[in-house]
Design a protein around this ligand. Sequence first.
Ligand code: OAD
Length: 231
Amino acid sequence: MKKIVVLTGAGMSAESGINTFRDAGGLWEQHRVQDVATPEGWHRNPQLVLDFYNERRKQLLAAKPNAGHIALAELEKQYDIRIITQNVDNLHEQAGSSHIIHLHGELMKVRSSGPGEEVFKLTPDNYETHLGDKCPKGYQLRPHIVWFGEAVPEIEQAIGLVNIADILVIIGTSMQVYPAAGLINYAKPGIPIYLIDPQDVNVPTKNILVIKKRASEGMKELKEILDCPAT
Ligand code: OAD
């Protein structure tokens, strides 16, 4: 089976009703990155950060995978699909995809802010975290999110995957955040690279087939290109 590595960003989940970050009206117009997505913001005002992620979880719990997520999961019938997502939602999982790396963490998990950084799963009926919610060792729980300025623990595994991809697909990311945006540079020379996004996206290669559509329609077109039977 050919290996397709798929890099997804916020645009993948836009049609599920989850806000992107940098589009007009996106999350970074409504919140300051420094306040809610950095270790400094966390130290300054942890309650604000917890509230921000509680709200993100509430939004996620009201969302469902869209046709793009589902089409990607269905591609597993013909291809070995590996997803590297910058998204912290779990919509790829809900759609049925099997192999997913969450480069920037996961909304439905929290972790200890103490040494060891033990991770805990949240549940839909108990998804909020508040100041005073502690791990068994007594450390405050924080979102299991990779904030700006923090290491991206899964990046080496992601590079390894892109390295052995037969086909690379990029969906719904503005390619502005590193190291994720740099992954494209690890693709083997000459492999087909597809980019699905309704807007123009700057990528450091010309050898790319752009499908200028939303994720759902773009995935439909990609399936036709890859010659997969319609479902
Ligand atoms: P951005 O908000 O930067 O980019 C979203 C991309 O999705 C843009 O290129 C849009 O044109 C595209 N888009 C919008 N609607 C779409 C649709 N229906 N179908 C397909 N594409 C669509 O989001 P990311 O690139 O994912 O990190 O942002 C990367 C990281 O920056 C995020 O993981 C987050 C953020 O700060 C952290 O919070 C750590």
